[in-house]
Design a protein. Structure first.
Length: 117
């Protein structure tokens, strides 16, 4: 599965930004898709995931501020980020994974989100 991410950029504290990711390839529609992020000097961490059935999971730090959604027919996943904080500054990565055959764990190119005052 190949992933291409869109969005990112510079936003002020309290602002909003939307990331999108398009998946292509066999198995994309049944994959769990999500977003991870990596801030400078820190390990990559989970932001949010959504299963093919629509079950979502969020990191505590973004719960209530970020919303993940997917469009199964188009194999896309979006991350709506509201009330952004300085600590949200990071490179954001789209991910698609499937634990059953054919298994895969694919990553898109990162997209930088910078939150400033």
């Amino acid at each position: 599965v190949q992933l291409q991410a869109f969005g990112g950029g510079l936003v002020q504290v309290g602002g909003s930004l939307r990331l999108s990711c398009a998946a292509s390839g066999t198995g994309a529609s049944s994959a769990t898709m999500g977003w991870y992020r990596q801030a400078p000097g820190k390990p990559r961490e989970l932001v949010a995931t959504v299963t093919s059935g629509g079950t979502t999971n969020y990191a505590d730090s973004v719960e209530g501020r970020f919303t993940i959604s997917r469009h199964n027919a188009k194999n896309t996943v979006a991350l709506q980020m509201d009330n952004l904080e300085f600590e949200d500054t990071a490179v954001y990565y789209c991910n698609a994974r499937r634990a059953f055959a054919p298994r895969f764990n694919s990553w898109g190119q990162g997209t930088l989100v910078t939150v400033s005052s």
